[in-house]
Design a protein around this ligand. Structure first.
Ligand code: FAD
Length: 546
């Protein structure tokens, strides 16, 4: 049995940085072996807030800096309102504040990774991981899992308006699906959600909570990892800052694993001396390994919310204010049902933007609420309304994320790169056109009185693109900033080891070389499940016992 101590300091086989979607899965898997000591370090607090667990609590949660990171994005492209990307800062990470839409991406996405020379990341491997993590309410099949830690459920109480949207989509040629995740082709259906018995089923609920009973797993919260520590080129631990305490060092006998997410993992690497040499030197950081691609290849979805005023059917806006809200809160705690037990969106569509497109390249989500566009927070309108968001699910535009200063409290410099590629601009126009056709379809038209945003008068191509840039939103799905690749300049290899150094891996959305087609929480968790196979399989090299 190797010693628990190195240089008189307690040490761990694995030190995991970040208890988000990927970090929680990793902690669950790696601590399954009682002989393996795992330390999981999270910058945010325990996930005790009731607003986390009540699904629709996220609107309020977004304004709470104790649970949320706010990352300002550079105003490239002349946007006229400041854009801030949110991320979860709490056990469960972004899975504790997200919209709970469960998507897996398409088989073709992962087969493309395999075709890029990334052996072991093709669809058969990833399907095995998805099936292993899932406890799917629609039951097990060749394409779905049951009995896994992650309960996922369909919305069984959709608003009648959503039924009308489904009918409208069917009338435009989209097949109706019970589970759009298991289809390789187009379709419309009610979303599958990471909601279990009316409660958000975050990665912390699904994976971390059961693992915390294990004595070999230590979880530290409210602890900011400032940098990875190297001896030569070998990562040996991390330095951590906790409020009111002297800086701490936590040693890793085996590996340090970054799971800080697609915005923080690259910046943490850069601040630790692994990144573009000139950038590091400009900030006075000693270069451990000159890796120019760290922080490049940022991929994010750009979506425009299209909002409509309603008649005949009220939507959910009024359910979130006044006496109705009070009744809904009470009803929620009595039954775990109702409007507060819902995900961000009730239904989704996967669409091919043209006859030559092989797999769906557009995602549209719909919800019977409208947001007050003049408010800075996520306030709902008082009048009845519904909205759609849509985007290119495989965007080709690329951005970057770079350290702005050597201190962890300096926010990174983010360039989103939205719509810099013609493919993404074409799809932005397709989405606007498709939604307008949808609301004109006979199943939906009787309920819609007006297009509130962008506004029916906006028809010029350049005006629509301009609106996507100026008034659109991020999908909060950023990936790719420490992309794995077979080529020598890729940040991590197919086993997620950081090239140029030893004892350091990255396991989170940043290693995805392309974005899975849809929302990214499910893919992050499946990726971490796969990563655990790779890490354990190697039996990581423990230095001889002291
Ligand atoms: C508002 C919002 C809505 C979303 N909606 C959906 C949705 O409906 N469906 C879906 O599938 N996806 C959704 N997503 C995306 C999805 O949740 C994320 O892609 C996914 O959770 C990312 O997983 P991750 O493990 O890469 O990072 P995260 O889950 O973000 O985890 C990173 C963790 O690392 C911690 N951390 C960072 N830096 C440090 C440090 N220096 N020291 C210590 N800890 C650190 C963070 O606090 C965080 O807990 C949404 C995301 C957001 C933000």
């Amino acid at each position: 049995m190797p010693s628990r101590y190195v240089d008189g300091m307690e040490s761990y086989d694995y030190v995991i940085v970040g208890a988000g979607s990927a970090g929680c899965v990793l902690a669950y898997r790696l601590s399954a072996d009682p002989a393996t000591r795992v330390l999981l370090i999270e910058a945010g607090p325990e996930d005790r807030s009731p607003l986390i667990h009540m699904p629709k609590g996220f609107g309020r949660l977004f304004g709470d800096p104790r649970h949320v990171w706010y990352f300002p994005v550079e105003p490239d492209g002349g946007r006229n309102r400041p854009e801030v990307w949110l991320r979860g800062k709490v056990l469960g990470g972004s899975s504790s504040i997200n919209g709970m839409v469960y998507m897996r991406g398409q088989a073709a996405n992962y087969d493309d990774w395999q075709a890029r020379g990334l052996g072991g990341w093709g669809w058969p491997d990833m399907l095995r991981c998805f099936r292993a993590i899932e406890n799917h309410a629609l039951g097990a099949s060749d394409l779905r899992g049951a009995g896994g830690p992650l309960t996922v459920t369909p919305d069984r109480e959709p608003h009648p308006l959503s039924d009308a949207v489904v009918d409208a989509a069917v009338s435009l040629g989209l097949p109706r699906r019970d589970d759009i995740n298991t289809e390789a082709d187009e379709g419309v259906g009610y979303v599958i959600r990471t909601i279990n018995r009316g409660r958000r089923w975050s990665a912390a609920s699904a994976f971390l909570r059961p693992a915390r009973r294990r004595p070999n797993l230590t979880v530290v919260t409210d602890a900011l990892v400032e940098r990875v520590l190297f001896e030569g080129r070998r990562a040996v631990g991390v330095s951590v800052r906790r409020a009111g305490r002297a800086p701490e060092v936590h040693r890793a006998r085996g590996e340090v694993i970054l799971a800080a997410g697609a915005l923080m993992s690259p910046v943490l690497l850069q601040r630790s001396g692994v990144g573009p040499g000139a950038l590091l030197q400009a900030h006075g950081v000693e270069v451990v390994a000159d890796r120019p691609m760290v922080g490049e290849n940022l991929i994010e979805h750009r979506m425009l919310a299209m909002q409509y005023r309603l008649r005949g059917l009220a939507g959910h806006n009024r359910e979130h204010a006044g006496i109705r809200l009070a009744a809904n809160v009470l009803g929620y705690y009595l039954t775990r049902r109702g409007v507060l037990a819902k995900a961000s969106h009730e239904l989704g569509m996967l669409i091919k933007s043209g006859p030559d497109v092989l797999t769906p390249d557009v995602q549209i989500l719909a919800s019977p609420v409208t947001y007050d566009r003049s408010a800075t927070s996520f306030a709902l309108e008082a009048e009845p309304g519904m909205h759609f968001i849509g985007h290119a699910i495989q965007p080709r535009s690329r951005g970057r994320v770079m350290m702005r200063g050597a201190e962890m409290n300096a926010p990174p410099e983010i360039h989103a790169g939205y719509l810099t590629d013609a493919h993404d601009r074409r799809i932005a126009l397709f989405v606007t056109d498709f939604v307008r056709r949808l609301v004109r379809a006979p199943a939906l038209a009787p309920y819609v009185t007006a297009e509130l945003s962008p506004g029916a008068e906006i028809t010029d191509t350049e005006d629509i693109l301009d609106l996507h840039l100026r008034s659109g939103n991020a999908g909060y799905h950023a990936v790719g900033t420490c992309a794995m690749g077979a080529q020598p300049d890729a940040v991590v290899d197919a086993r997620l080891r950081v090239r140029g150094v030893e004892g350091l891996r990255i396991v989170d959305c940043s290693v995805m070389p392309t974005i899975p087609s849809g929302n990214t929480n499910g893919p992050a968790m499946a990726l971490a499940w796969r990563a655990a196979d790779l890490i354990v399989d190697r039996g990581h090299a423990r230095p001889a016992a002291a």
